[in-house]
Design a protein around this ligand. Sequence first.
Ligand SMILES: *Cc1c(COP(=O)(O)O)cnc(C)c1O
Length: 430
Amino acid sequence: MKFFSTRNKGLSASFKEVLLNGLAPDGGLYMPAKIPKMSMDFFKSQQSFEELAVNIIYPYVKEEFSLSKLTDICEDAFNFPIKIKNLNESDLILELFHGPTLAFKDFAARFLAQTMFFLQADNKKKLTILVATSGDTGAAVANSFYDIDNIDVIVLYPSNKVSGIQEKQITTLGKNITALEVAGTFDDCQRLVKKAFVDKEIISSLNLSSANSINFVRLLPQATYYAWAWKKSKINDSIIFSIPSGNFGNLTGGLLANQMGLPVEMFIASLNINDAFVKFLKSGKLSEKKAIKTISNAMDVSIPSNLERIKNIFDSDLREINKKISTWSFSDSLTKKMIKNIYEEYNYLVDPHTAVGVLGLNEYRLNFKNLKKGVVLSTAHAAKFSNVVEPIIKQKIELSEVVKSLLDKDKLSIKMNNEFASFKEFLLSV
Ligand SMILES: *Cc1c(COP(=O)(O)O)cnc(C)c1O
């Protein structure tokens, strides 16, 4: 498979280049030159999630990995369950949070770590992965790459804007994982990382790579669980997905699955009050606004980094985007109410991000009177946001042993201001 850049269709990159470079040399995002089509029967006939993942991903990686190597990678990367909870006849919750850091980002980060490890094995120069995080990506990437030979990870996270568990997940590993605590927002972290990738001095001294959702390879495992949810829902026609969204990597994974042939009625981009995408779908324009802190902090993003891919998929045709993606934004108070409602009505606990997803699905049904099956992607375990959730349900959430032991570990971070000069100085000194 060859890949092009959203800013240059003529550019041609291999899977290995896409994986290790993250961003295309012209600053654009990589996209596959051709998305292989699959039939409904194909999706239905897959017996396990691993089998489905291998068969979906293989066409993109076959120049680098044999089918059996890819099978090993997928078995290692996806070594935790995916569960589906039926709230009622029509509404399902796809639980993507059973990985080691309790968020869906484990799928992408673990797949990335495995593939990078194998492609990096014969490289003499150490790889340095930069990752900006609003909380969960940093945790998942740190955990997935921990103690991997020949790869260093530098995580930039916004000080005081991630949850306690998230911060511990990022800052307590040590070894090849460095945590930079940035005085600023997620957008600041992302800006610093993006600038580093185009800084001549930095890229000549370090062998940089990215693990953010700008890396196309993250989208592949994220496409697979849409297909798995559709298969497990046992329907013959199209389905609705509601995705709690920030940088829109998860949603773009869904669009990819749809392009492969998965029948999807509508993607709902469910947002907190960081609602740039709502305005974009109306006007085609993005307004620059600072990200606002919310209780669904992994979605506190002002400019979704995958928007460039979404525009590319739909040839920047706003009407076509509106046919496939609906979007709404919800306040923290509605989110809290929804957590309470779901708990009382179904005796089921969701985290704030997932609650935003349920709000989005409900809003869609209200507006479009559509009763088709709908799947809410549950992106994190409620325990990760116990500070928000416990006061709402007036109960303690049982923490797993892994999380408990994490809370006793010491935080190790390097504090930094949000100026590029400081970040550059740090990078050139490591
Ligand atoms: C990262 C994250 C999101 C947003 O996903 P994007 O791919 O950035 O849109 C939603 N919920 C949780 C829990 C997350 O960690």
